[in-house]
Design a protein around this ligand. Structure first.
Ligand code: NAD
Ligand code: MLT
Length: 314
């Protein structure tokens, strides 16, 4: 009998590919990068699809996917998958949420340091053969207030690191019972308290109707003057135009952004216009360690699904 065909349409660490191969269950088509045309051409034969963020599993693709049984996102966010359209066709959607939490938390902390000590700006200036010591005076993190919005896997890791840096950490997450957060030993506060009091705010929620535009033009005036904003979750949680305006007007002291409404970031964006807006190209999960863990988790879920019909999810 022919083996089910698995398409890996985005880059996946070799450890994951090896687990799939070792199972002996599949015919594996591994393409590190797949154009939309290629994806559409091959999808009718595919029973299991593994993607990261580049491949879009939308309605049009699903309509062509006559044999598809399961899609696994090697990562947390399944926002590039049309889940209702998958459900309608009985296609199971899974993610691999655990492996990249620490790396993403570290990226948030890296951006916090970058903003506090103006590392990217000073680096760019030195590469321009300048010695602008007084221009890049920064601020210390110890004793500052860090607001963490979203206290799931990544938010909790950020809290621990903020406390390790001797910051005062405030947290907000309406969906996690406070008794589940007691071990974090932080102050759980209403979101407006974070907006008004925090020197640094970092978001670790999905993008939903409740989180879209969490900082926006209307509530800019609530923010503590000079606040630095960090987003390693999803583009749009802070309104991009509002951030650019806030930084330009000196309300916001800086922003460190890893994720964007449109990715890759378009040729023109208000986010390019100010040196205190520090940008990274969706690197939160891009470490060797996270990619190995996520690839293993993804491959093990694919094997478990085809072997025992088990659908693991978060
Ligand atoms: P998670 O599901 O473990 O945690 C998300 C938390 O957000 C939950 O505790 C939930 O209760 C909370 N939340 C939901 N709505 C909220 C709201 N309105 N206000 C406050 N809290 C709210 O997810 P996670 O693994 O911690 O991932 C968090 C985010 O980071 C996701 O958007 C994910 O896609 C993104 N992510 C980005 C990268 C990257 O490369 N930059 C890597 C991994 C994850
Ligand atoms: C995720 O949701 O896990 C991320 O966006 C990470 C990624 O795949 O780059």
């Amino acid at each position: 009998m022919a083996k089910p065909k698995i398409l890996i349409s985005d880059n996946l660490d070799q450890d994951g590919v090896d687990i799939l191969k070792a199972s002996g269950l599949f015919e594996i088509d591994y393409r590190k990068k797949t154009s939309r045309e290629e994806l559409e051409a091959v999808i009718p034969e595919v029973e299991g699809l593994i993607i990261r963020s580049a491949s879009k599993v939308d309605k049009a693709l699903i309509e062509k996917a006559s044999k598809l049984k399961v899609v696994i996102r090697a990562g947390v966010g399944v926002d590039n998958i049309d889940i209702p359209a998958c459900s309608q066709k009985g296609i199971v959607v899974m993610n691999a949420p655990a492996g990249n939490s620490i790396s993403t938390a570290e990226q948030a902390i890296a951006l916090m340091f970058a903003l506090a000590r103006k590392v990217p700006q000073a680096h760019a200036s030195m590469k321009d053969k300048k010695w602008e010591k007084s221009k890049f005076q920064g601020s210390q993190l110890t004793g500052k207030t860090l607001g963490v919005i979203g206290l799931g896997r990544i938010g909790k890791e950020v809290v621990k690191r903020g406390k390790g840096l001797q910051m005062q950490v405030l947290g907000f997450d309406p969906y996690i019972p406070s008794e589940h957060l007691t071990s974090l030993e932080i102050d759980l506060v209403p979101i407006d308290t974070i907006l008004k009091q925090a020197d640094f705010i970092t978001v670790h929620t999905p993008l939903t109707d409740a989180t879209r535009g969490l900082v926006n033009e209307k509530n800019l005036s609530l923010l503590k003057p000079g606040v630095r904003l960090i987003n390693c979750a999803r583009g749009g949680i802070y309104d991009e135009a509002a951030i650019a305006k806030g930084v330009k007007e000196g309300i916001i002291g800086g922003a460190g952004l890893d994720v964007f409404v449109e990715e890759p970031l378009p040729a023109t964006s208000p986010l390019y216009d100010h040196e205190d807006i520090v940008l990274t190209p969706h690197l939160g999960a891009s470490t060797d360690e996270a990619q190995i863990e996520v690839a293993k988790e993804t491959a093990e879920s694919m094997v478990a699904y085809f072997k025992n019909g088990v659908a693991r999810n978060s």
